[in-house]
Design a protein. Structure first.
Length: 139
């Protein structure tokens, strides 16, 4: 069986360096969010959290509205970025399975925290166009 996760380096080597400036911190967060950018990547992650291993066809059936082409693209990007691993079993027809790498699984607590943060705002609250704008007090 072919294991791509042995060929790909997932987590950066070395210690975590505290960002020196708010700009560096913002840049690092933007880089992390870029890895999750894509309509289906978060759905795929949530389908694989908890050590689940799923075949391509299981993912395709479990995610309504995703095309085969888009699922393939998203899985390839996530594999390239080191979030998931892929195993191809030498069978006819080939059986391909996907799971989260240790680094991908490490996203679970961060996304859980983000969900809890969003829930505090309330799911029914409409997004205000002025949300996040700071205005000076009127004199």
């Amino acid at each position: 069986m072919a294991r791509t996760h042995e060929k790909v380096g997932y987590a950066p080597e070395g210690e975590y360096d505290e960002p020196a400036t708010p700009e560096i911190a913002a840049e690092r967060v933007e880089q992390a969010l870029e890895l999750l950018k894509g309509r289906w990547k978060l759905v795929i992650l949530f389908r694989l959290f908890g050590g689940k291993v799923q075949r391509f066809s299981e993912l395709e059936r479990a995610i309504p509205g995703i095309s085969q082409k888009m699922l393939i693209q998203q899985l390839r990007q996530m594999e390239r970025d080191g979030m998931i691993w892929r195993i191809t079993h030498p069978e006819v027809p080939p059986r391909v399975e996907y799971g989260l790498t240790e680094w991908g699984q490490a996203l679970c607590p961060a996304l859980d925290t983000l969900l809890r943060w969003a829930a505090k705002r309330g799911a029914s609250s409409p997004v205000s166009p002025n949300l996040g704008r700071v205005t000076a007090p009127r004199a």
